[in-house]
Design a protein around this ligand. Structure first.
Ligand code: NAD
Length: 316
């Protein structure tokens, strides 16, 4: 990524997720300038105006938008949220065909105007879309990745924190694999305030196997519940992506479970899915060799197989 005085985040798709992401990134001061692009000109203009009218109350920032993709020119980071949203009861993988077709359309024009940007794919099914976007764009796997299970991991941490009564900031736990129904909580490497989570169970009786299974189910089903109630998930995903953006812009080297192309990670190959990854100025870096239980390893291989088969069925 080239050095600029005003790091610019371009967000493609000014729907529930994209516009909230613009708001979150500016509110957190993650970047100084945000541009929104959407094919719906009236929508993008309305979202830009509404956010711009609040800039006085935010850290210094700028926002602009257009239905012309050239608004994204020279962006440092491009976050792609364009696409149909999940309908109530629809799985993310069922969305795959439509969103992969959209990816084929939008990636070439984006890469033309922002060839040096780091790309963060958010559109679902994010793992398949990330793999397809990499193939369509020809961008290297270091320059394009998916938001993956950063959101799911924050859901997991919140549920664990609520269960044991400590701050969510003191829970370390990752969801890995697909951002979707086959995702896996990595219990064996999780900890609460430095106490390994499985040791926490021995000491306190909290977080027994039944409770862990309930929490895992709640993480997987929470998006369905939110979509049922309000039609979209937007706040937490927007904050999760703002956090990824900060780690890139500020070169924080945060360990985040983003969806990257795995080549030989714990025996898993040629699939984009989430594992704890160091995120730095250039994008995704080292994937951590997290110790896995046998059950976790088997479940991750199954999750990878599932994502790969959807990608293969769509010609990738
Ligand atoms: P939405 O329908 O509110 O917004 C999508 C926007 O994309 C619309 O405004 C539409 O006009 C725009 N769009 C469509 N085609 C476009 C194109 N070619 N170029 C530019 N813009 C285009 O949907 P939403 O609720 O914002 O969700 C967007 C996506 O994000 C969905 O795929 C959803 O499943 C996904 N999502 C991902 C996560 C995650 O953690 N990865 C979380 C929540 C939602």
């Amino acid at each position: 990524m080239t050095e600029r005085r005003t790091p610019t985040l371009a967000i493609v798709g000014a729907g529930a997720v994209g516009s909230t992401m613009a708001y979150a990134a500016l509110m957190r001061g993650a970047v100084r300038r945000v541009v929104l692009h959407d094919v719906n000109a009236a929508k993008v203009r309305a979202e830009v105006l509404d956010i711009a009218h609040g800039i006085q109350f935010m850290p210094m920032g700028e926002i602009d938008g257009s239905d012309d993709v050239s608004i994204c020119a020279g962006a440092d980071i491009v976050a792609v949220t364009a696409g149909a949203k999940q309908k109530p009861g629809q799985t993310r993988l069922e969305l795959a065909e439509a969103t992969v077709a959209l990816t084929r359309t939008i990636m070439p024009s984006l890469v033309q105007v922002a060839p040096d940007a780091v790309y963060i794919m958010v559109t679902n099914p994010v793992d398949v879309v990330t793999y397809a976007a990499m193939k369509v764009s020809g961008l290297p796997p270091t320059q394009l990745f998916g938001s993956g299970t950063v959101l799911d991991s924050s859901r997991l941490r919140w549920l664990v924190a609520t269960e044991v009564g400590v701050s969510v900031h003191n829970v370390h736990a990752y969801i890995a694999g697909e951002h979707g129904d086959s995702e896996i909580p990595l219990w064996s490497s999780a900890s609460v305030g430095g106490v390994p989570l499985l040791e926490w169970e021995r000491q306190t009786g909290q977080l027994d196997a039944a409770t862990r299974a309930r929490i895992a189910t709640e993480v997987v089903t929470s998006a369905y519940q939110i979509i049922e109630g309000k039609g979209a998930t937007n706040y937490a995903v927007a904050l999760a992506v703002a956090r990824i953006v900060e780690s890139i812009v500020r070169d924080e080297r945060r360990v985040l479970p983003v969806s990257t192309l795995l080549q030989g990670w714990q025996g898993i190959d040629d699939v984009c899915m989430s594992v704890p990854t160091v995120v730095h100025r250039g994008g995704p870096g080292e994937r951590l060799a997290v110790p896995l239980s046998e059950d976790e390893r088997v479940a991750l291989i199954r999750s990878a197989d599932q994502i790969r088969s959807v990608a293969r069925n769509l010609g990738f």
